[in-house]
Design a protein around this ligand. Structure first.
Ligand code: ADP
Length: 544
């Protein structure tokens, strides 16, 4: 028997309408590329979003059309999220750190009709000009006074599109599985692959995030997404924050430790979200200032494993660490690492250890770990397996990419994450490696993440990575790549001694190399692919 309740489509536009009427004090504060700070409210934003959507309609944008963005975190980018999806079009966020070749590939693959860009990225677009599709029109996200002198033909001005448009709109009706957003993964192998979010998946993800992180997602809180709007919807914050009534502080282009510290201090940011590499800079600045930014109480770290030393540094300074795990294909959040109340009395050292795990699943995200034959592994915290996920916020297939879809789902429709993980009896997930980053030595696997975790706590180490290099006898052996904090670098023996307190001899790296900086991927993670290529011919001391 069917129930007798209304069935209204979940729609993204309803989030902003709700925030505009119910969270009147919710603010959006943006550091602009023009150099100043801009402040607005959700109420005012809803008016501008209506104007922008009407302007887009006048430019010929229709239901299902893809509208691209090449922009930092700021209020205009936020407006585009809502105006495009509200009218039934698709907001395709482009990561400006992609190579020219990848950028051209996704613009063409997505068949973008319009491209909105921040002033900063005009030179990138100029360099691509000859190869951009002829029908693609470019809008510069600024006002008339700041429009650039550019050789790009027919540039449109953002503020002029809004000008003179009415400040209200009646959003069209469409089914909740209508496409709303498109984000390509950086594609460490092959071409980038697009995840096509729906209204339903996006609204559900916002709700799941809000119930999972009630300490942060509530009225009056100020949240700083350092995680970019150009990658996986800034982890869902542009939707979850207005839904919950929290304010968004957008940092613009300056993401170094000092700029972040000053902005957080000025705006009294409660919670900041981003990948570990960003927090190295902020922690350095906190050390230099001898204090936290005013009001700073919570940090959400994800995208790659948060090193133990980083978790310790924040927690000891009084900042709650939420270590989260997810993927572009998962909207993106899958697990969150705040501890349950039952663990309130854990001694500090055990608390830190628990926080090194990637946390527990969000409601609606199912996890399973299986061996290479598909047999489920026990949830005992020690048996690793290939991690698969399922749920309403998980992709059902990459956008127009049959080849990529052929091998990412198992026979029961679960999505293969490519991560290797354990799950313990309390549901804590620990990522031990990405399958492609594991080191296979003489038939045994060595976890690069475990080794890195220990090395990161060395005071002279700024950052590090452990990668596999080919070995004639053992297949692969680990190589430790170190970025020292300064000239006074830790020596090889000292690092190996440190590791031997925690690992068996055969798991220790065969060699240590020093670099001035580690290569980063387009999403700000250490690029092990680049390092593996760079050190492919590295002669290990005992490889004879
Ligand atoms: P990209 O590969 O373009 O960076 P994603 O941002 O979707 O794309 O990356 C998802 C991957 O990042 C996950 O499969 C996992 O390997 C890694 N990851 C994300 N969060 C964590 C975390 N907290 N700890 C360890 N690995 C993580």
């Amino acid at each position: 028997m069917k129930g007798l309740m209304m069935n209204r489509p979940l729609k993204i536009a309803d989030i902003l309408e709700f925030a505009a009427s119910s969270h009147q004090n919710g603010e959006i504060v943006s550091v602009r590329t023009e150099g100043d700070v801009h402040r607005t409210t959700y109420r005012e934003t809803a008016r501008r979003v209506a104007q922008l959507a009407r302007g887009l309609r006048d430019l010929g944008v229709d239901v299902g059309d893809r509208v691209a963005t090449l922009a930092w975190n700021g209020y205009r980018h936020f407006e585009l999220y809502y105006a495009t999806s509200g009218m039934g079009a698709v907001c395709h966020t482009i990561n400006p750190r992609l190579s020219a070749e990848q950028m051209l590939y996704i613009i063409k693959h997505a068949d973008d009709q319009l491209l909105f860009t921040d002033l900063t990225f005009i030179p990138i677009l100029e360099s691509l000009a000859g190869d951009l599709p002829a029908h693609l029109r470019i809008v510069v996200m600024t006002d008339r006074a700041h429009m650039p002198n550019s050789k790009l033909p027919g540039l449109l001005c953002y503020e002029e599109i809004l000008e003179d448009q009415p400040q209200t709109i009646v959003w069209p009706d469409f089914p909740e599985d209508t496409a709303a957003g498109l984000c390509y993964t950086s594609g460490t192998t092959g071409n980038p692959k697009g995840t096509l979010y729906t209204h339903r998946s996006t609204v559900l993800h916002a709700l799941l995030l809000a119930v999972s992180l009630p300490n942060v997602l509530q009225e009056g809180r100020k949240i700083l997404p350092v995680v970019p709007l150009f990658h996986v919807n800034a982890w869902g914050l542009p939707y979850a924050a207005p839904l919950a009534g929290a304010s968004l502080i957008f940092p613009g282009p300056a993401l170094d430790g000092k700029s972040l510290f000053d902005l957080m201090d000025r705006e009294k940011v409660f919670s900041a979200w981003g990948v570990p590499t960003v927090w190295i800079g902020l922690l350095n600045q906190i050390r230099a200032e001898g204090r936290l930014p005013a009001g700073f109480a919570d940090v959400v770290i994800g995208g790659s494993a948060a090193p133990k030393s980083m978790i310790e540094a924040f927690e000891q300074a009084g900042v709650n660490v939420c270590h989260a795990w997810g993927m572009t294909e998962m909207s993106p959040v899958g697990t969150q690492g705040n501890l349950p109340k039952a663990l309130d009395d854990l001694p500090p050292a055990e608390r830190i250890d628990r926080k090194c795990a990637q946390g527990r699943r969000l409601f609606g995200v199912d996890l399973k770990i299986v061996d290479d034959d598909g047999a489920p592994q026990p949830h005992d915290g020690t048996s690793p397996g290939n991690l698969y996920v399922r749920g309403n916020t998980v992709t059902a297939g990459y956008f127009e990419d049959e080849a990529a879809n052929a091998d990412v789902f198992d026979a029961d429709g679960w999505f293969r994450t490519g991560d290797i993980a354990t799950i313990d009896a309390d549901g804590f997930l620990t990522i031990t490696d990405r399958a492609k980053d594991l080191i296979k030595s003489g038939g045994e696997w060595i976890s690069s993440l475990d080794l890195e975790n220990v090395i990161m706590s060395h005071p002279k180490v700024m950052s590090c990575a452990v990668i596999a290099v080919p070995h004639p006898k053992w297949d692969e052996r680990p190589l430790l790549v170190i970025q020292p904090r300064d000239e006074d670098r830790p020596d090889k023996q000292e690092l190996l001694d440190m590791l031997s307190e925690h690992f068996a001899k055969w798991q220790l790296p065969d060699d240590v190399v020093y670099v001035d900086g580690l290569p980063l991927t387009a999403t700000g993670k250490v690029s092990k692919l680049t390092l593996r290529k760079q050190f492919a011919d590295h002669a290990l001391p005992d490889a004879v």
